[in-house]
Design a protein around this ligand. Structure first.
Ligand SMILES: [Zn+2]
Length: 414
């Protein structure tokens, strides 16, 4: 009531506005505090990421301006207090609508998990599409007889689990490394086990270091093998996966290449989870006949696989408020020939069923813009976060244990 009486004068109106401003600032600070506490309680990782975020600056700015408003108000300088309160509201609006990612620092959406956002949150139906890179075999020096035996082993596992997939062929490794006929037969075995053959270029070039026209030539040359083999069963190849998952060094190159692929009926195959299998595979093979150390590498690989899946699941929830169908990137290599059965059993234990890549990509999440341009072959979950203006989680991507990385680097320094 006092405000009504005082509002008859200009100073009284300013006083009323200053009071309203103080209440608004107080509520805004409470809201920021609540979001912080919510993050801390529900996702330690999201809380850590938010700590380095510009919204912390926004919170500190709001608190400072609120303090200034209160001091001015009690000093009787109502106009100045109201002005500072107005400024605070402007700052809050800028942080809410202009600074990207601030509004979405917390997991969003009605399906956002209420429990701790850990790997143990198992939705009713998880799905995953399997993809295999570097066909016919990632380890180029393995004799063909061994490759044939290991391929049979992997395909028996896929059949036993009813898992479809896409296998990405390096053309040169089929047609130019000798025994082309046998290599084509190996690929036919994949195809006949329900695995679609895709294009992984002719010579596994880095898009980062190759001019667009030369890179496109390599893709066209790489098209021959999958087109021949899929054509034998009345189909065409649909998917292209870029070596090293490099999608172009500039936005212009990336977009031009996307148009090139689309014109030729190809879709770029993204992935959401990879388990650094190539590093474990190198270590495993370098360990030779040392069964104790090979067993240790295998155990560590399985543990890291679970960690990588859990991270993909969490990132999916934090980005889309739900778990999207995952796309797993594996290599056709010695280690996976031995461990694929266990990987798939782990996936089933996590509640996954196996779907085709086409089915996975039909999910609306896969239409999210890819906001990433750069040399790293990062998961599409990171690229989409960038496209959506969400804070980066790249630095939280779990690495294998330090000894694995060290041994891997030592191996490649030789
Ligand atoms: Zn590759």
């Amino acid at each position: 009531m006092a405000a009504g009486v005082l509002s008859s004068t200009g100073n009284g109106r300013a006083r009323t506005w200053a009071r309203i401003g103080i209440v608004v600032q107080f509520l805004a600070l409470l809201r920021i505090l609540a979001q912080y506490l919510w993050l801390e309680a529900h996702s330690a990782a999201a809380f850590t990421a938010a700590s380095g975020h510009p919204w912390v600056v926004g919170a500190l700015l709001t608190a400072t301006l609120a303090l200034a408003t209160v001091l001015l108000y009690f000093g009787g300088r109502f106009r100045a207090a109201a002005a500072v309160a107005g400024l605070t509201v402007a700052v809050l609006l800028v942080y809410r609508f202009v600074v990207p990612g601030v509004a979405s620092a917390a997991p969003v959406g009605p399906e956002a998990p209420r429990g701790a956002a850990t790997a143990d949150t198992t939705p009713a139906s998880r799905s995953v599409a399997l993809t295999f890179d570097d066909l016919p075999w990632a380890d180029a020096e393995v004799p063909l007889d061994s490759v044939a035996e290991r391929t049979r082993r992997m395909l028996a596992v896929l059949r036993a689990h009813g898992a479809p997939g896409v296998a990405f062929v390096i053309g040169r490794r089929v047609l130019a490394d000798g025994d082309a006929g046998r290599r084509l037969d190996l690929l036919r075995a994949w195809r006949d086990a329900g695995v679609e053959l895709g294009n992984h270029t002719w010579s596994h070039l880095s898009f980062q270091n190759t001019p667009l026209d030369r890179y496109e030539d390599d893709v066209l040359r790489g098209d021959a093998v999958p087109r021949l083999l899929m054509g034998e069963v009345g189909k065409t190849p649909h998917f292209f996966r870029p070596p090293f998952n490099q999608t172009g060094r500039t936005r212009v190159a990336r977009d031009a290449f996307a148009a090139f692929l689309a014109e030729r009926g190809y879709a770029l195959a993204p992935f959401t989870v990879e388990d650094v299998d190539y590093a474990f595979d190198d270590l495993y093979r370098a360990a030779g006949g040392d069964t104790a150390s090979q067993a240790r590498i295998g155990r560590t690989y399985l543990a890291h696989f679970d960690t990588a899946m859990a991270f993909g699941e969490r990132l999916s929830r934090e980005t889309f408020g739900r778990e999207i169908p995952q796309v797993l990137l594996l290599h056709a290599d010695d280690l996976n020939a031995l461990y694929l059965g266990r990987l798939l059993a782990h996936l089933e234990a996590r509640g996954y069923r196996f779907v085709s890549l086409k089915t996975a990509l039909a999910d609306s999440a896969y239409a999210t813009p890819d906001g990433y341009v750069g040399r790293y072959g990062i998961s599409w979950l990171h690229r989409w976060r960038k496209g959506l203006g969400l804070p980066s989680r790249l630095r939280e991507e779990p690495d294998p244990p330090a000894w694995v990385l060290q041994d891997y680097q030592a191996l490649h320094r030789k």
